[in-house]
Design a protein around this ligand. Structure first.
Ligand SMILES: *Cc1c(COP(=O)(O)O)cnc(C)c1O
Length: 479
């Protein structure tokens, strides 16, 4: 039963391929959002007590139908959400191959090809961000959370030589790190998981453009030094989650250097700006980062999850993660190779790099550059169309995230009104957008061009939907 017979397999593959193709073709005609009804889904699952095995065709059709009806369709061109793109065709093909061949990524000798593909990619992405290829090291991760956790660990190992053996309790002073209040909350989790505790994360206020406030940062570091804390890590965010804003990485690099802090650039989404010459300057200074987080499942649109941790310190991953075991294969002893498990948090690991490798091989840097450029241009168009309809953008970034309020209504800046507008659209199924707060206090509606298939018509449809929602809400107030 675990291996179906050949006839059944072929039928099954055919069905799966059809489902995948139909989804890619027809998702744009479907509602973007599902109804949220946990009881309905639990009801559907009730029949599965696993005592009565069902037919393979029926099983995959059940899964596909349920996914069609019960998810936010992030691959939909009118999903204006949180950096969750439509997966590349090559990425889907790659993940399928990976599931079938099931390479074991822990030991190099079990998967020389897979391990070398990932090494090759690390040495290709390093130079994209200004590292020398021969200096670049890195590891593929489940996502940005693991990459940022890895950054925190490597920074600790680098700054406190005792840490790897004796842990944080052996340190004479409390280590502290700096990230803007608009930075990603993965650093809070990572601080917990590293035994530092969340108090060690200094969330530095932002300036009027929602970038880390440099004066505030300098003052905070000084105050910590005066009070005998041990600053060790400075994080610059290249593409904040709420507003798509990039910190001044160049100046952050200088500040980090002057205090001997590890400088980490969290470019999980925004790093893709490096692919487009006109956008690239926004990342100026990233080449000085000691480590970089870049998520291929964000703007490179490969299926989840594909985080990349890059560093220009060739020895640091080994120092952080190597442990010696008697049972791991030694077949490659003496060769000039790295065992992936000795350079990463994960041990047995999926071959994450193939979906990036095949997507990049087929699209090329130029193909990706064109997609990023298209999305940035649509972001500009969306911003203009919103402005023309009286929606006021409050963030400033060349990347396609627009955060806006309603300038045509007295209540147009209130959190309640904005969330009613966004809720109206989400419930209608026409699009997915969200609300957030910038600088911890300013409520906004947020729309991101996250999908390479989003068109000018889709952007126009979003503005129309917003205008309709505004109309509907004010007639409700008036009645
Ligand atoms: C998405 C994101 C993360 C978290 O990455 P996951 O892939 O969701 O784990 C961290 N930092 C930034 C800036 C992000 O955009």
């Amino acid at each position: 039963m675990l291996l179906l017979d050949e006839k059944e397999r072929l039928k099954l593959w055919h069905t799966v391929v059809q489902i995948i193709e139909t989804y890619a073709k027809q998702v744009s005609e479907h509602r973007v959002t599902p109804e949220l009804d946990p009881e309905r889904i639990r009801g559907l699952l009730k029949r599965f007590d696993f005592n009565q095995p069902i037919d393979a065709q029926e099983a995959v059709r059940f899964a596909a139908d349920s996914l069609w009806e019960h998810q936010v369709h992030t691959p939909h061109p009118r999903y204006y959400g949180l950096f969750n793109p439509a997966p590349t065709t090559m990425g889907i093909a790659a993940d399928t191959l990976v599931a079938a061949f099931n390479p074991q990524m822990a030991a190099w000798s079990h998967n020389p090809f897979a391990a070398e593909v990932e090494r090759h990619l690390v040495r290709s992405f390093g130079p994209l961000f200004g590292y020398r290829a021969e200096d670049a090291d890195g590891t593929f991760c489940s996502g940005g959370a693991e990459a940022n956790h890895t950054a925190l660990l490597t920074a600790l190992v680098h700054s406190f030589p005792d840490f790897a053996r004796h842990g944080v309790r052996a340190l004479p002073r409390q280590p502290v790190l700096y990230v803007s209040s608009e930075g990603h909350h993965t650093f809070l989790k990572a601080a917990r998981m590293c035994g530092l505790g969340t108090e060690a994360v200094r969330e530095v206020a932002v300036d009027d453009k929602f970038r880390i406030d440099l004066a505030e940062l300098a003052a905070r570091i000084q105050a910590d030094l005066d009070q005998c804390f041990a600053p060790f890590l400075l994080v610059g965010t290249a593409g904040t989650t709420s507003a798509g804003v990039v910190d001044d990485l160049q100046t952050l690099a200088t500040i980090a250097r002057s205090h001997q802090l590890w400088f980490h650039a969290d470019a999980a989404w925004g790093g893709a700006a490096a692919l487009v010459p006109e956008l690239r300057p926004v990342l100026r200074g990233i080449e000085h980062a000691d480590s970089i987080t870049f998520d291929a499942h964000k703007w490179l649109s490969v299926p989840m999850g594909a985080g990349i941790y890059l560093t220009r310190h060739r020895e640091i991953l080994e120092k952080t993660f190597r442990t010696d075991t008697a049972y791991m294969p030694r077949d490659a002893d003496g060769l000039d190779i790295v065992d992936p498990f000795a350079h990463s948090m994960q041990w047995s690991r999926r071959f994450i790099g193939l979906k990036v490798f095949l997507s990049l091989a087929v699209a090329g840097w130029d193909g990706y550059g064109a997609a990023v450029r298209h999305q940035a241009a649509l972001g500009d168009l969306l911003k203009q169309s919103l402005a023309a309809a009286g929606w006021k953008a409050v963030n400033e970034t060349p990347l396609p995230v627009v955060c806006f309020v309603d300038d045509t209504r007295p209540e147009g800046r209130s959190a309640e009104y904005l969330s009613n507008v966004a809720g109206e659209i989400v419930r209608s199924g026409q699009a997915w957008i969200s609300t957030t707060r910038l600088g911890g206090s300013i409520p906004v509606i947020r729309a991101c061009i996250t999908n390479y298939r989003t068109s000018r018509d889709d952007a126009a449809a979003l503005v129309t939907a917003l205008n309709d929602a505004r109309q509907k809400l004010s007639s409700r107030v008036g009645s």
